[in-house]
Design a protein. Structure first.
Length: 132
């Protein structure tokens, strides 16, 4: 494409074209970097679905890059965390059904870990049942 452009336009025009392309690439990288940082913030806040969406956005915006590889690694960590939290919540639910005394303390500890919003709602609902 560069040879074709050089044959059709003066060097100044080619340089402007290259500058425009570089500016677009830099903006995409800035957007991907911001999206990656947002993923980390959401993950830390317990919003695993939001973090997943942010990391997937990075992969879309900057596919094939080192940042996309880091996002992919974070996606795997988020998936593992989600699986672990789901299993823990299922265990706590079983304890609630079985009326085990440790269910209430387990639910309180679970909520202190800032789980995903839907899981937190489910845990709060179970916690209300343990008060009955």
């Amino acid at each position: 494409e560069l040879e074709k452009l050089l044959a059709q336009a003066p060097v100044e025009s080619v340089a402007a074209h290259i500058r425009d392309n570089l500016a677009r690439l830099a903006a995409r990288f800035d957007n991907a970097t911001e999206e990656f940082a947002l993923g980390g913030q959401l993950e830390e806040a317990g919003d695993l679905n939001g973090a997943k969406g942010a990391y997937e956005g990075v992969k879309r915006l900057y596919s094939g890059s080192e940042l996309a590889k880091k996002a992919d690694a974070q996606l795997q960590k988020v998936a593992e965390r989600f699986k672990h939290v789901s299993q823990l919540l299922n265990q706590l639910e079983l304890w609630v059904v079985q009326k085990k005394p440790e269910a209430r303390d387990g639910l309180i500890a679970f909520l202190k870990e800032k789980p995903e919003a839907l899981m937190a709602d489910r845990a709060r609902s179970m916690l209300r049942v343990t008060r009955l």
